[in-house]
Every structure is written in C-alpha cells, then in structure tokens.
Design a protein around this ligand. Structure first.
Ligand SMILES: [Mn+2]
Length: 354
C-alpha cells in the first residue's frame, strides 16, 4: 500500500516539474506526509502480536433495547405566557416532542441494526379537564392534537428503528370525569387517554415494524432479556413519593417488597418506572432501580401555586442489554430553545386548528 502511494507521488512530482504547477506541488507535499504516516502505521501493525477476533455483529436479532419513557406531555394545557413563566401551546408541545424523538434517533446510531425501541407511554398525554376545563383546550382539540403529535412522532421513529413497540398506561389527567369525578381506581382505563391509546393501536395496525400494546390494567410488566420492569403512571399502584422534595427510599423499598410478594410474576421485577411526579430521578433501592420521569410541559399555574416557578423539562431514555438492565442513560432535556426551533417542524408538522 505504502509503495503504491510512493509511486503515485513520483508521478505527481513529474507533473509538478513539468507544469511548474503550484497546486500539484502542494498536493505532493500532502501526499508525502501521508505516505510517511502510512509507513509508520503499517510497521506498527506488522509488529502486533495480538489480533482481535471480534469483527462487529451482523445479527438481525435484537441485542439492545432502547427505552424511552414518554409521559406528562399534557397536550392541550394552553399555558398562558402572561400568567406563567413560559407559554405552552400547540407549537411548543409539538416541537418539544419532536426534539425528544430527534434525540432518540441520534442515540448510538452505530448499533442501530441490533437495536429495538420500546416506547413507554405512561399517561398524562393530555391535560384533560380535571381541574378547570376553561383553562385548557376543549377535549376534542386535545384529542386531535395528541393524535397528531404522537402519530407523527411514532411514524418518524418507525423509519429509524427496525422495530418499535409502544406500551401504554393511563394517567390521572386523561380521566373521563363523567365516569370518574374523583381519582379513577375502578376501571381506570375507561378514560379519554385510553381512547387515544386505542386510536394509536388502530392507526398502526398494518405497519409491520410497529406494535402498540394497550393494557387495560393500569400497569404492565415489560421483560427484556429476562430482566423485568414495572411501568405505571404513578398516581396509583406505585407511589413514587415527591422526589422533587424528599426521596424516601425506605418507603420505596417497602412497596417493592409488597409488590414482589403479591404474585409469582412479580417476584423478579427489578425496575420500577413511572411518571406523575414531574421530576426526573433514578435511584438504586436494594437490588432494584426506581426511575421517575420529568414532564414535557413547563410549570403551569398549578405548580406556581405550590411555589414551583421553574423546573427542568425532560424525558428519560436508556438502553437495556443482557445483564445490564439500566444501561447507558440519557435525560432528554427540552425547553425554550426547542420551542423556538422551526427545524423540528420537519419531524412533526405544526398542527392545524380544526
Ligand atoms: Mn402529569
């Protein structure tokens, strides 16, 4: 190889002499430099006594699961910038979700062929009408916006990953107050949010690399490489506490113990994941990990009334491989920079009012 380069250089040198060409002389200098470097490298390789046998994987099996927690997006919340620090309407919610999925698409592209994506949609997808129906968009508009944003986001991810599995659990904001005027405990799935999940199921039924699983139970257990995780919204089933104020690990430990002894399917669950608390957190509890999600919307008047004026907005992303359940982890932050970035409209076009 190095000798071929030297022959090429000799040829160039002849040309440069003939034409008195400045650019040829420059190219000559560069090539001479490269030839010397190549010679040094080839010498080093020739002397090497250990040669790695690993040649990279050519598998078509899933060797890595990438997990995205998507919760507390509160589409339709219509935060008024005159009343709170940051506005949050159709443009912001769309660009924030697009910014999240763009970061997912950028994650470790070199392993894309062996990676499947698990999308954990964990409730509070819409703001609903549980506090004050006048402060948010009407429910039909919320429903339409949620479907518009989510379908575009999932379609985009389906072009990026060989397999996308969408798991769902309902939150408290999407409840149907005609059925559940107070917190939904019986038949929690009978809600506006679950209707959105079923619409997603029908929308992607014939897309071969997308599967939407809509459990009617308010939680599900997801197993990847035999490593089990519990997912739920967090207003019932599992109480994640208030990690923004106080992390009571003993309280989490007691719940993990109760959950595990309740049924043989639960016995080996080692990861407990939820939203609801709007504070991103991960903490080891005994041999388990508890992971809570951030919110996508900035603080509204409700949080402001509790004394919270500013908070990070983020969603959790991590990779699971065999033997390492909570692997490489990223928090996908979104904020006012993303709100103003028109680039994201290429992923999720802006929603058009009805
Ligand atoms: Mn929420």
């Amino acid at each position: 190889m190095a000798s071929a380069v030297h022959a090429f250089i000799d040829e160039l040198r002849a040309k440069a002499d003939f034409k008195k060409d400045k650019s040829a002389a420059l190219s000559l200098a560069k090539n001479e430099c490269m030839a010397n470097r190549l010679e040094t490298i080839s010498k080093r390789f020739a002397q090497r006594s250990w040669i790695p046998t690993y040649k990279g994987k050519k598998t078509t099996r899933t060797e890595r699961w990438l997990n995205l927690m998507l919760s507390d997006m509160h589409f339709g919340a219509e935060l008024d910038g005159r009343l709170v620090r940051y506005p949050y309407g159709p443009v912001e919610e769309s660009r924030r979700l697009a910014a999240v999925v763009a970061q997912v698409a950028d994650y470790k592209r070199q392993y894309r062929k062996e990676t499947s994506l698990a999308l954990h949609v964990l409730g509070d997808v819409i703001e609903g009408n549980i506090h004050d129906p006048q402060s948010s968009a009407n429910l039909t508009v919320q429903f339409d916006r949620a479907l518009h944003h989510l379908i575009h986001a999932i379609e985009f991810l389906a072009t990026e990953f060989r397999q996308v599995v969408v798991y769902t659990a309902v939150g408290n904001h999407g409840r149907d107050i005609a059925r559940h005027p107070e917190r939904a405990l019986q038949d929690k799935y009978d809600s506006h949010e679950y209707r959105i999940y079923r619409s997603l199921y029908h929308a992607f039924r014939s897309v071969p690399n997308v599967r939407v699983e809509t459990h009617i139970r308010p939680f599900y257990i997801c197993s990847q490489f035999g490593q089990k995780a519990l997912y739920t919204h967090g207003d019932a089933i599992f109480n994640f506490g208030v990690p923004g104020k106080l992390l009571r690990v003993g309280m989490l430990e007691a719940q993990i113990g109760r959950f595990r002894t309740a049924h043989q399917d639960n016995a080996d669950v080692t990861q407990f994941c939820g939203g609801h608390v709007h504070t991103a957190c991960d903490v080891d509890v005994g041999d388990s990990t508890v992971i809570t999600n951030g919110a996508m919307l900035p603080g509204g008047q409700f949080s402001q009334s509790l004394g919270y004026f500013a908070s990070h907005c983020s969603q959790q992303l991590w990779e699971s491989v065999d033997g390492h359940q909570f692997g490489d982890h990223r928090r996908l932050y979104v904020g006012i920079t993303e709100d103003a970035s028109k680039e994201f409209d290429k992923i999720i076009p802006l929603w058009k009012p009805l």
